[in-house]
Design a protein around this ligand. Structure first.
Ligand SMILES: C=C(O[C@@H]1C=C(C(=O)O)C=C[C@H]1O)C(=O)O
Length: 119
C-alpha cells in the first residue's frame, strides 16, 4: 500500500507564527475591521435619516441642498477634528463627499415626487 502523500505546503495552525510583529499586525487589523464595521453602520444610519429629510423636503417643496447648514457643519466638524488630532482638511473633504451623495439622493427624491404629482 502507498503511503499517504505528504503535502509540499504544510498547514500552519498558527498563521502569525511566533513572530511578534505578525501577531501585533493581526491584533491591529482586528481592531481596524471592527472600526470599519462601525463606520458602515453609522453611515447607513446617517443615510436613513437623510433619506427622511429628502422626503420631507420634497413634500414641503424645500431645495435639496442647504449651503448655510453645510457651512455650520463644516465649521463644527473641523473643530471636532482638530480636538481629535485628525486632519481638519480631511474631515471637511469626507463630509463634502458624503453630503454630495445625500444631495444627489434628495434631487432624485424630488424628481420622483414631481413625476408622481404629474401622473
Ligand atoms: C440633510 C440635509 O440636506 C443636505 C445634506 C446635508 C447633510 O448630509 O448633512 C446637509 C445639508 C443639505 O445640503 C439637511 O438639509 O439637513
Amino acid at each position: 500500500m502507498n503511503p499517504k502523500p505528504v503535502s509540499s505546503t504544510p498547514r500552519n495552525p498558527d498563521p502569525a507564527g511566533s513572530d511578534p510583529a505578525l501577531a501585533e499586525l493581526e491584533r491591529l487589523r482586528a481592531s481596524i475591521d471592527n472600526i470599519d464595521a462601525a463606520l458602515i453602520h453609522m453611515l447607513a444610519e446617517r443615510f436613513r435619516c437623510t433619506q427622511e429629510v429628502g422626503k420631507l423636503k420634497a413634500r414641503a417643496h424645500l431645495p435639496p441642498a442647504d449651503p448655510s447648514r453645510e457651512t455650520r457643519q463644516i465649521e463644527r466638524l473641523r473643530q471636532l477634528a482638530n480636538d481629535a488630532h485628525l486632519d481638519p482638511d480631511f474631515a471637511e473633504k469626507f463630509l463634502a463627499f458624503v453630503i454630495r451623495e445625500v444631495i444627489r439622493h434628495h434631487e432624485a427624491i424630488a424628481a420622483n415626487a414631481r413625476q408622481a404629482s404629474k401622473g
